[in-house]
Write a protein that binds this ligand. Structure first.
Ligand SMILES: *Cc1c(COP(=O)(O)O)cnc(C)c1O
Length: 398
């Protein structure tokens, strides 16, 4: 047997994908499974975007492109930042990658040296700590509480900083909690980051999936100085139901973007040419389907939040963004079903899948074992049915 790289410590299959796979195979066996595990919108990619891709194929846009993306897409992204965030970037401050995830991976590879620490508020997107470790750095997890809306306080942030701290990850709006910082909170955090000379890594992939009239701001737009010390990450996957197309992007200081582009040039090269043309249309074309989608998500969120809060032993706050509910199941932990004790969130997820036929994601890999993540990127009918099933299953715990 070949000995694998030591860098792989902590690099396991993403649990979110694993539970989706288990639910899928149960479904394939003919079991009636309702999936709340999805990390992607259930809507089809809008027609105008598909047509742009078909046009790209038919007009021969099928060869290598510039490593960091075609100029047309970079320009669309530059315009988006100007229009949505009042941020001015040049083409050389933008990198287009094979999904937002790829941009983030490149970023950690580009900035980290052994021993460098990256502050990650928990609950966090499962990939951040692993990507930091693959870059040779050390994740430094800062717990937040449900009571504080899952947001990191300035004090907790300051307390986590050491002389080895290199960067902080701000994922607003957040996966898995749907929480978002307001402008005043972003200002506070950015002040600390600037004082300590930290790079701010701002993952804004859920920027446009907001409800109740909430507007999500980019931390980079706080001031020019903050912008100089921030790399913004975004992409088309979530906003335009384009998870399979693999287009994400980063915007930030030229030197960092250049280093990330070099890494990309020696690894994947350019993201798919056809997807890039589709993304040009997604970002600069009609935004009508986005409006329809967010209206529908808002209704579903309400149904899911109300349904879950009506269950004895389950509670959740009403998130204003993304398409997830992070539900507190601590009151149901330690209870039993026959011989089985539900000890943590993974037991709970397995129990709900086996007994209720409902797939949820355990909170443990997101950094909090008292919670489960439910995605409402599924039909209203599934939400109502699934919540009813959860209620029955939780009711059977003793
Ligand atoms: C989905 C997601 C991404 C990136 O998704 P891509 O499909 O790679 O663009 C990045 N950050 C968070 C928090 C996500 O949930």
């Amino acid at each position: 047997m070949i000995k694998l790289s030591n860098r792989l410590a902590g690099c396991e299959e993403s649990v979110t994908l694993a539970i989706t796979a288990k639910a899928r195979s149960l479904k394939a066996e003919g079991k009636d499974i309702i999936g709340f595990g999805a990390g992607e919108p259930d809507f089809d990619t809008p027609d105008n975007i598909k047509e742009a891709a078909i046009k790209a194929i038919n007009s021969g846009q099928t060869k290598y492109t510039a490593v960091g993306g075609i100029n047309e897409l970079k320009d669309a992204i530059v315009n988006k930042f100007k229009k949505d965030n009042n941020l001015s970037y040049g083409r050389d401050e933008i990198l287009v990658s094979c999904g937002g995830k790829h941009s983030i991976f490149n970023l950690f590879q580009a900035i980290l040296n052994p021993g460098d620490e990256v502050i990650i508020p928990a609950p966090f997107w499962v990939s951040y700590p692993v990507m930091v470790m693959l870059g040779g750095g050390k994740p430094k997890i800062v717990r937040t509480s449900e009571k504080a809306g899952f947001k990191m306080s300035p004090d907790a942030f300051s307390a986590a900083i050491t002389q080895n701290t290199k960067a902080v990850v701000i994922n607003s709006p957040s996966n898995p909690t749907g929480a978002a910082y307001n402008e005043a909170e972003l200002r506070e955090l950015s002040k600390i980051a600037l004082e300590k000379g930290l790079l701010i890594i701002s993952d804004e992939i859920y920027e446009k999936l907001t409800y109740d009239g909430f507007h999500s701001s980019s931390i980079a737009s706080i001031s020019d100085e903050v912008k100089q010390n921030t790399v913004v990450l975004n992409g088309v996957s979530k906003t335009y139901s384009m998870t399979g197309w693999r287009i994400g992007y980063a915007a930030g200081p030229k030197e960092i973007i250049k280093a990330m582009t070099n890494i990309q040039s020696q690894s994947t090269s350019n993201p798919a040419s056809i997807s890039q043309w589709a993304a040009v249309e997604a970002i600069s074309g009609s935004q009508e389907t986005l409006v329809t989608m967010t209206k529908e998500f808002e209704k579903r969120r309400n149904a899911m939040v109300d349904g879950l809060n009506a269950i004895e032993g389950v509670s959740c706050i009403r998130p204003q963004c993304a398409f997830y509910v992070f539900a507190n199941v601590s009151k149901s932990l330690g209870k039993r079903f026959n011989e089985m004790t539900i000890k943590g969130s993974a037991d709970m997820a397995n129990y709900l899948l086996d007994i209720a036929g409902v797939a949820v994601v355990p909170g443990e890999p997101f950094g909090d074992d008292s919670f489960i993540r439910l995605s409402y990127a599924t039909s209203m009918k599934n939400i109502l049915n699934g919540v009813e099933r959860i209620k029955k299953a939780i009711g059977e715990l003793k």
